[in-house]
Design a protein around this ligand. Structure first.
Ligand code: SF4
Length: 276
């Protein structure tokens, strides 16, 4: 269940839960749904239920066996805070993340209200980053929910970005921005991404501009150039795994990939050894 990831802002994925259902416009072309259906068709036993919410207790403690520190996206194929995931199981996942403190875990949800509801029942170790998706202005309320949880790093995923956003970044430590990619991708306007970049710079919040999006070419990695620069900033974080990251200041311009002095981690240069 641990896989190297081609998501630019993580190293590996861990899926103690798979499956979900759509809750907001950002879900329309859900990548996890497409992949789950494909894996089911290929006979992968983990996806025998397709995209139905399914718990995998046999891998709930898997990161304890992975010795190399990794940035791990927890539940990339699900939403851990889905209402069909019992609180006991969510707690078990958090307890694993707490014990596996040599890793950094990233949990991203669109079910921000349940995140707030369950937060008092969960441990909040500093190696767990928690984020909410904010794809359109009618989902800005998720940020208010996120601010209520005591995560060491609270982040926003504005991907797929579907409209302009006026963000309140108080108490937020990182913002990811990206357009939609794949079949039927809805376009992201350049000024929407520029505006978020400007808001992040003003607020001193690091921004990771992931991709422009598109039907055939998502224009990620070294093509994710915004106003002549890559914006691949990471949260300011002094945890034990931070040592392998180039933690840059918000607003600090980064050189293009391959330019002399290029010092930031990229999908092509980062260590991508399989997690075991
Ligand atoms: S919440 Fe996430 S995993 Fe669930 S349907 Fe929406 S995009 Fe897919």
């Amino acid at each position: 269940m641990a896989e190297r990831s081609f998501i630019e802002w993580t190293d590996a994925t861990w899926n103690p839960v798979t499956g979900c259902n759509k809750v907001s416009p950002g879900c329309k072309h859900c990548y996890a749904e497409r992949l789950a259906k494909r894996l089911k068709a290929m006979g992968n036993p983990r996806y025998a239920n397709g995209f139905r919410v399914t718990l995998h207790p046999d891998v709930a403690d898997a990161p304890l066996r992975w010795k190399t520190p990794r940035m791990i996206f927890t539940c990339s194929m699900a939403d851990l805070f889905h209402e069909r995931v019992p609180v006991e199981f969510v707690r078990q996942v958090f307890e694993t993340m707490q014990v596996a403190n040599w890793h950094t875990f990233q949990v991203l949800t669109k079910r921000a209200r349940r995140l707030v509801e369950l937060a008092p029942d969960l441990p909040w170790p500093s190696n767990v980053w928690v984020g909410v998706s904010v794809e359109r202005k009618d989902y800005l309320w998720r940020i208010d929910c996120l601010r209520q949880v005591p995560a060491r790093v609270r982040f926003l995923s504005c991907e797929p970005l579907l409209g302009p956003l006026d963000l309140d970044l108080k108490g937020i430590h990182w913002v990811i921005v990206g357009g939609e990619s794949g079949p039927g991708a809805r376009p992201m306007k350049e000024e929407w991404a520029q505006s978020i970049r400007d808001q992040c710079v003003d607020a001193g919040v690091p921004m990771f501009f992931k991709q422009w999006g598109g039907v055939h070419d998502k224009r990620g990695h070294d093509k994710a150039v915004l106003d002549g620069r890559l914006w691949r900033e990471w949260p300011h974080w002094d945890g034990r795994n931070g040592r392998n990251r180039n933690l840059v200041s918000a607003g600090q311009p980064l050189p293009l990939l391959g330019e002399e002095g290029s010092t930031f981690p990229s999908a092509t240069s980062r260590d991508r050894a399989p997690v075991r």
